[in-house]
Write a new protein. Structure first.
Length: 477
């Protein structure tokens, strides 16, 4: 007989009779924990922690998702735990499947519960707390420009309260900040109370601006691919949604003057300021410690590190699989970091293999750029960030014609201006990585690229943005 329960320490405990299992694990798409097995003889017990530490960070609750309960030589079919809300997670067990979710009372996830919270939020006076509400990539991660602004603001205005919107408590927030889980009563209250919202993507759910409240839209990249009103095809509903969204923003941040021109037109952002200050998230590419990041990833100082970071595709939910990372690690004699887009974080599973590290769930892309010796990408805006480092880039674009001609379209011809080679296959990529003349061949293009796109990425962008925030009185030091 096998049973399951939650113990006082908020761990999942599975107990059984008979011979002690050789091993037990709880395996999810983005996390895995091993059980501590005790007992033996007539009975045994496997205790699964519902938290894990990754990348040398703190131990945090497991990410939301469906997990497989693996216990050797054990029948799990009759295990059953109805949903239980704990401090860190909500958990349910059905046979060998364990479902982890954010610790929100299920009543708030019903249509009636959501409506009640929304109505309470709309009626809230709001905009009265000397606080900032931060959100990046819809709460799936805590990074990008808002995180860099948070760090600068925390240092210079410690009296300002900082809320961070997260999908669940597996997402680490900066020191001193308060995590608020999306959809919870605390999340709705914080979004309404804060005087300033700093976000890097659209404001979802039912947003209602409060008197005195301001929104700083930092966006999340200089665009190569067409955005918003510039996307292919005429869709009046999309156009209306774009205009409605951009009218919620008071200020828009651009990395460079090229992005300023495109973002203003693509989002019909007329009559309001765009701050062209470089990207705060790139300050670490000037001031950060690459060796420390490598150590946190378990990478030796002398290892060659390749970062593969493709963008997402409008016609698929998972990350593209244009390379075999384990094969590439052998071909290039390197450690390969695999970084899926934030939109693919909840789909698929971590890649594994010899000298392969899946860093899709890593909190900050910029730190990975700093740690890498070279970048392999396609149409991602990460190309405009990595060029701050001056390190080599390679563009793996087997679907170039389809992406450019049907999915999105480009603002300029990548083939003519890219500061690195465009390749179509992994074999071509391996050959390019082995080409000792690569950097010299693209030196002139690279220099022109940096002049246009990285003129303000000097390590002080966050300082300039926070100067503006404080000078305009968006919050009070």
């Amino acid at each position: 007989m096998t049973t399951a329960r939650i113990d006082a320490a908020e761990a999942l405990v599975v107990a059984g009779t008979g011979e002690r299992p050789a091993g037990a694990a709880l395996v999810g798409p983005r996390a895995r924990v091993e059980a501590r097995i005790s007992g033996g003889g007539k009975t045994w017990k496997a205790t699964f922690p519902l938290h894990a530490s990754r990348w040398g960070g703190p131990s945090l609750p497991l990410p939301s998702g469906s997990y497989e309960l693996q216990i050797s030589d054990t029948d799990l079919h009759e295990l059953k735990i109805d949903p239980v809300v704990l401090a860190g997670v909500r958990i349910a067990v059905d046979g060998g499947t364990v479902r982890i979710a954010a610790p929100i009372d299920p009543v708030y996830e019903t249509s009636e519960g959501r409506s009640t919270l929304e109505e309470r939020y709309v009626a809230q006076s709001g905009g009265t707390e000397n606080a900032v509400f931060f959100e990046t990539f819809y709460g799936r991660s805590v990074g990008c420009n808002p995180r860099a602004i948070d760090r600068e603001l925390a240092a210079r205005a410690p009296g300002v309260r900082r809320y961070w919107s997260v999908v669940d408590l597996s997402v680490e927030v900066p020191e001193g900040a308060t995590a608020v889980v999306e959809g919870s009563p605390e999340w709705w209250h914080a979004r309404g109370a804060a005087r300033l919202l700093v976000v890097n993507d659209w404001l979802r759910r039912r947003f209602a601006r409060k008197p005195g409240q301001r929104v700083l839209q930092t966006w999340h990249g200089t665009p190569l691919k067409r955005l918003a009103l510039h996307r292919p095809g005429f869709d009046p509903r999309r156009m209306a949604a774009v205009v409605k969204e951009s009218r919620r923003w008071d200020v828009l941040l651009a990395q460079n003057t090229y992005a300023e021109r495109i973002l203003r037109k693509a989002y019909a952002f007329f009559g309001r300021p765009i701050w062209v200050e470089g990207y705060p998230r790139n300050d670490t590419l000037i001031t950060g410690d690459a060796a420390a990041i490598r150590r946190s990833l378990g990478i030796g100082a002398e290892e060659r590190v390749l970062l593969y970071a493709p963008t997402w595709r409008d016609d698929r939910s998972e990350m593209v699989d244009f390379i075999d990372p384990e094969l590439l690690a052998r071909q290039a004699n390197a450690v390969v970091l695999v970084r899926g887009h934030s939109r693919t974080l909840e789909q698929g599973r971590d890649h594994d293999g010899a000298r392969v590290i899946d860093v899709t769930g890593y909190p900050e892309t910029a730190r990975l750029l700093l740690a890498a010796d070279a970048l392999i990408t396609d149409y991602s805006s990460v190309m405009f960030d990595f060029s701050v480092t001056g390190k080599p880039m390679y563009f793996l674009v087997p679907d170039l014609d389809h992406y450019r001609g049907q999915l999105r379209g480009f603002y300029f011809d990548l083939a003519e201006r890219a500061p690195g080679p465009l390749v179509r296959t992994q074999e071509e990529l391996a050959a390019a990585l082995d080409d000792a003349d690569h950097e010299a061949a693209f030196a002139e293009r690279y220099a022109a690229w940096r002049r246009q796109f990285n003129a303000r990425d000097d390590g002080h962008a966050a300082q300039r943005v926070v100067d503006r925030i404080l000078d305009l009185g968006f919050v009070t030091p």
